[in-house]
Design a protein around this ligand. Structure first.
Ligand code: NJP
Length: 243
């Protein structure tokens, strides 16, 4: 109750739902994303529904200077960051021969280096306080392979590796670390990830609702869990996908 839950990529999809659910459970969501207008509207909805005032700020997680500035301002304003949810990310699903190298670098810049930079920005603060919780939204794509998701999958494998190692280090400072690995989720994600709609057709029967993912993420805040896999049978692997 009353914990400050900083969420990157809070302007839509899973991040937006995590914000609503965190507020419903008595937390104070702190909304970060590039689209400030969306954040303003989400903050207003949270206040109307729960009476909780959710601060928000514009942040591009691929901009390191901006991360430092935003996080230190938040710490100054709020006094403490209790939970960081590294959720900002995107995918572009293509066959390897069609991958654009600039796009590939951008995916790593946001999904991997952005997540690491945000983590580092709050880590020393959590370390000083001797408590905190870092929740990284990775993916089943960080555990298993599907066609067309090679680079995205590589970014999420990197997130899982980083998260697992961080967990081993962070425990000595009282900081919990959780990896969240959802299967496909019904958000705007696929408008960029899968322009042709082919991927979505193939995975449609495993599609999760972002509200369901958000519930599990917030539950993991209340009872710290190492890893959240949804749905659990996704780890049966790529045999489940038809291409
Ligand atoms: O996607 P979407 P999801 N700096 O597109 C923000 C992972 N995931 O909710 O900046 C800061 O609805 C963007 O905000 P804006 C996925 O990899 C998904 O599905 O205003 N923020 C928006 O709020 C990702 O890590 C599925 O444009 C940036 C949010 O990110 C996370 O879940 C499955 C940004 C994206 O909202 C949320 O994705 C899975 C930047 N540079 C894992 N770039 C799935 N949907 O199937 C983007 O296993 N954002």
């Amino acid at each position: 109750k009353g914990r400050h839950v900083v969420i990157t990529g809070a302007s839509g999809g899973i991040g937006e739902q995590i914000a609503y659910e965190a507020a419903r459970q008595g937390g104070v969501p702190v909304l970060l994303a590039r689209s400030e207008e969306r954040l303003k509207a989400i903050s207003a909805r949270i206040e109307a529904e729960t009476g909780i005032r959710a601060p928000y700020a514009s942040l591009d997680v691929s901009d390191r200077g901006m991360i430092e500035a935003v996080v230190s301002q938040l710490i100054a304003d709020l006094g403490a960051i209790d939970v960081l949810v590294n959720n900002a990310g995107f995918g572009v699903f293509r066959y390897v021969e069609d991958i654009d190298l600039d796009e590939m670098e951008r995916m790593f810049a946001v999904n991997v280096f952005g997540l690491i930079a945000c983590t580092k920005a709050v880590y020393s603060h959590m370390k000083e306080r001797g408590s905190g919780h870092i929740i990284n939204i990775a993916s089943q794509a960080g555990k298993i392979a599907t066609p067309k998701s090679s680079v995205y999958s590589a970014t999420k494998h990197a997130v899982v590796g980083f998260t697992d190692s961080l967990r081993l280090e962070a425990g000595r400072f009282g900081i919990f670390v959780t990896a969240v690995n959802p299967g496909p989720v019904e958000t705007n994600f696929f408008s960029t990830a899968d322009e042709s709609g082919e991927y979505v057709r193939n995975v449609s029967r495993w599609m999760l609702r972002p509200e369901a993912v958000a519930k599990r993420v917030v539950a993991a805040m209340m009872t710290p869990t190492r890893e959240v896999n949804m749905p659990r049978w996704m780890d049966l692997g790529s045999r489940l996908y038809r291409f």
